[in-house]
Design a protein around this ligand. Sequence first.
Ligand code: 3HC
Length: 306
Amino acid sequence: MSLAHGIRTLGVLGSGQMGLGIAYVAALRAKTPVLLYDRSTEQVDKGLKLMDKLLAKDVSKGKIQDVEAKEARERITVVSQEQGMKGLRDVDMVVEAVSENLSLKQKIFSSLSAECRPDAILASNTSSISITKIAASTILEGQSAASESGKQSAARVVGLHFFNPVPVMKLVELISALQTSEDTLNRAKAFAVACGKEVTVSKDVPGFVSNALLMPFINEAIMWLEKGVATKEDIDKTLKLGMNHPMGPLQLADFIGLDTCLAIQQTLYQGTGDSKYRPSVLLERMVDAQWYGRKNGKGFYEYPDA
Ligand code: 3HC
């Protein structure tokens, strides 16, 4: 079947809360076959269970028909560990959604560049890392960034920043690297729209528009807790009820993941050199303690069901 957005098969790298959400909206809303790859089979199993739960919930709420859920689930294929990244060789687009680590992403994009078709879009769901740096890692050994093949390789890289929970949040932030082509931007945008999202565009600055504004706010709330200005409950309640935010900043930090919040804050601090972005010591210590928030059961609050 030919789909209007032109993505006949999507590769999704990473089956954590973001990768799984992206696979879900692609399969259900954009009706696109998805090849899902994660180097942890345990994480894939966990992700697929969540996918089944989300689809069953949508059916029980009458949002979708049973047959739509079944079709969406059938569009998801897991890439085996043996195939690895080679399993993504024929896709039209890949969205990478692994953890916020530059060297890991550089390694992945270098492999994708070697394995995928030259016209495949290579998108990163990074929350803050430079898309320009990621794009540069697609230039293979022996290739020059100034050569036609080097330019073409990097021109297909784009930032496609989804928000958590992906099935609910209406936005995708599109980030253009210095090297990104207009064609890549347009195709990536059309795909995000087919997934049911509105799109904004940001330049490739640390944290882009979204996290350059959100993370200092969260970090400041953690500093206020550290200073003992108010209890965690009162900080959250103030923002929730006083400003109509859906969650208080500490609840939101737990929801995003404290390790992710710290990684973004560090990128902002290192990328700008501005002391206003210095991560709070309490956030650093909580990540040292492996208190990552909702995803592993303990952050500012406790989550016994994690
Ligand atoms: N996955 C899928 N759907 C979910 C979900 C999840 N994890 N959590 C909640 N939902 C759905 C519910 O099923 C429900 O759907 P319905 O309207 O069809 O019944 C709807 O969301 C509302 O859920 P609830 O009634 O259970 O709870 P709330 O009304 O409190 O909403 C929330 C939950 C949508 C998470 C809301 O609290 C919220 O919007 N919080 C802020 C989230 C936010 O700011 N996200 C962005 C984080 S920043 C980011 O992702 C960028 C990254 O780079 C760091």
